[in-house]
Design a protein around this ligand. Structure first.
Ligand code: NA7
Length: 534
């Protein structure tokens, strides 16, 4: 058996949460090792190198805010930065804070077993290397376990094929090629509009259309960057106050409290503005009142009809099974116009389902298509999937996957009873929204707890059963009445390609971020009295 390396803490994952957690734990003087499956830092921004990958949050609102020096020295090139720029940024952060020396790359964690006698976690990496630590902090991300479609023949295709989250590090040339994209989620939308610029012929296989809205991206010049930087304190303060940590927040008015003309003018304004305003800054009842939701859906449907020349294609691109904003709204740049190109076609899988992938391409119920490249933009086993892929076992050998088989149960989204000394960053039941803002809070909270246990020589931290039940019930109650919880999507834990993930669950905290922070602050102020510490 390989000898085990021992640490105070092991962090799993070198994305935005893992990197910041490493920095904070080192400041506390703990011995820390970070295990990362990839060959570099960046997490989401390391893996998702597909063409067109970019932020839908304003770049500056997505960046780390913990270091004034970092804020002062980093200039963003675009309001919504592309993946290469974001990855450069995260590499810059890793260099600046000298993080790499504590990161073990090419180290995908296969198993983590807790031993209550020694109060340690035994962590095994896929290549067999072993690590022992008192505290295990998962920074595995809510959208990091990609899933290929459960369609027969995926292995048979003889051309090139890629899942968007496992994109090669070298650029893929689409010029003159016959390309298929399967999927029409946020990733597919970004891919399609980019690939359409150079492709020979593009065929999009759509099962469920999504409601997309314009991103309105723009470059940031040096003068504008100076202005933006001067506004950082107010901007970050605003992100602390808004519901989901975006710079946008729900309008306090109800849809029917204004005249139809005012409503229309407001929606026109939102449709013409950059970013998530139309989703996160719309009337307050948009996602709870069916009539309100139907009206905004009709408004956006009208936009799709205006932008797509072929009426039949436009109708296919308009969602029928869910209203605007009840699934993640993909932001786009000339996505709908791509369907006006003669070399781009849409295959509606509701009419003609895929039967199988063939060596030459894709067979649907009514046609055989040949391709040079197939792009799988088919998403992730979201939120719990990245946990399920690791054999995590707590007290008495209990498996986390088994514990969560009917949906996650957590304490503040950070801990689970029966799994002592395990903390989750951006785990299930955590405020997500503009994720880095939640990450910074989450990491600081865990770091506060780590300081507390370090100062008192505490070697065992566990959530109580009552704590987990109360928080899980609270999260479920918050989800009641939300139209988004009545729709299948990654946000409700449904992935038709994964066994056991066909039924909707409540896997996200849907209350406000300020309320989440207030609750966590209260626990810290009470010296973590709600936890079992020993
Ligand atoms: P999503 O939003 O889960 O989208 C996946 C897409 O792939 C979606 O359109 C699916 O259709 C489609 N899909 C999945 N499996 C199949 C099969 N078997 N056949 C046909 N089509 C299929 O993932 P994304 O990567 O776009 O985005 C995830 C999040 O990452 C996003 O919200 C951002 O926040 C970042 P379906 O809707 O299931 O009918």
């Amino acid at each position: 058996m390989a000898t085990s390396k021992q640490y105070d803490a092991i962090i799993i994952g070198a994305g935005m949460s893992g990197l910041y957690q490493l920095h904070r734990l080192r400041e506390l003087g703990l011995s820390v090792r970070l295990l990362e499956a990839g060959t570099g830092v960046g997490g989401t921004w390391y893996w998702n190198r597909y063409p067109g990958a970019r932020f839908d949050s304003e770049s500056y609102s997505y960046a780390y805010s913990f270091s004034r020096e970092l804020l002062d020295e980093w200039d963003w090139g675009e309001h919504f930065a592309g993946q290469p720029e974001t990855l450069r940024y995260l590499n810059h952060v890793a260099d600046k804070f000298d993080l790499r020396r504590d990161i073990e790359f090419r180290s995908r964690v296969a198993a983590a077993h807790y031993d209550d006698e020694t109060r340690t976690w035994d962590i095994r990496v896929e290549d067999g290397e072993r690590f022992t630590c008192r505290f295990m902090i998962t920074a595995v991300g809510p959208l990091s376990a990609p899933t290929l479609p459960a369609i027969e023949g995926v292995e048979d295709f003889t051309g090139q094929s890629f899942h968007t989250a496992r994109w090669p590090h070298q650029p893929v040339d689409f010029a003159g090629k016959r390309v298929a994209v399967i999927g029409t989620g946020a990733t597919a939308v970004q891919t399609i509009q980019e690939v359409a610029k150079t492709v020979g012929q593009l065929t999009v296989f759509q099962r469920t259309p999504n409601w997309c809205a314009p991103l309105h991206n723009a470059k940031i010049g040096p003068e504008e960057m100076v202005r933006l930087r001067a506004g950082y304190p107010e901007m970050f303060q605003r992100c602390q106050e808004t519901f989901s940590c975006f710079i946008h927040t729900m309008d306090p008015r109800g849809t029917f409290e204004v005249t139809p003309e005012e409503r229309e003018a407001f929606w026109e304004k939102l449709y013409g503005e950059p970013g998530f305003g139309i989703w996160q800054g719309n009337f307050r009842d948009m996602l709870t009142d069916r009539r309100a939701n139907a009206l905004i859906s009709e408004f956006v449907a009208g936009k799709i009809r205006q932008r797509v020349k072929d009426p039949a294609t436009a109708e296919k691109l308009i969602p029928r099974n869910h209203g605007f904003g009840t699934r993640r709204v993909p932001l786009e740049t000339r996505y709908y116009e791509a369907y006006n190109q003669p070399n781009v076609r849409l295959v509606d899988l509701l009419e003609t389902p895929i039967q199988r992938i063939t060596p030459a391409g894709i067979r649907t119920s009514d046609a055989e298509y040949e391709f040079d490249i197939i792009v799988y933009a088919t998403g992730f086993d979201a939120v719990t999937g990245s946990f399920d892929r690791i054999d995590i076992r707590g007290l008495g050998g209990q498996r986390l996957k088994e514990r969560w088989r009917h949906g996650p149960e957590t304490y503040l989204g950070v801990m689970v009873n029966g799994f002592p000394n395990m903390m989750m960053l951006i785990g299930p039941h955590m405020a997500l929204g503009n994720i880095p803002r939640s990450i910074e809070y989450n990491v600081d909270w865990v770091s506060g707890l780590m300081r507390h246990v370090r100062d008192r020589d505490i070697s065992r931290v566990e959530a109580t059963e009552a704590g987990v039940t109360t928080w899980t019930d609270h999260v479920k109650t918050l989800g009641e009445g939300l139209l988004s919880n009545e729709v299948d999507s990654w946000m409700t834990g449904v992935n038709r390609n994964v066994e056991g993930k066909q039924v909707r669950i409540v896997n996200r905290y849907s209350g406000s971020a300020p309320a989440y922070r207030a609750r966590c602050d209260e626990v810290a102020a009470d010296c973590y009295g709600e936890l079992s510490l020993g």
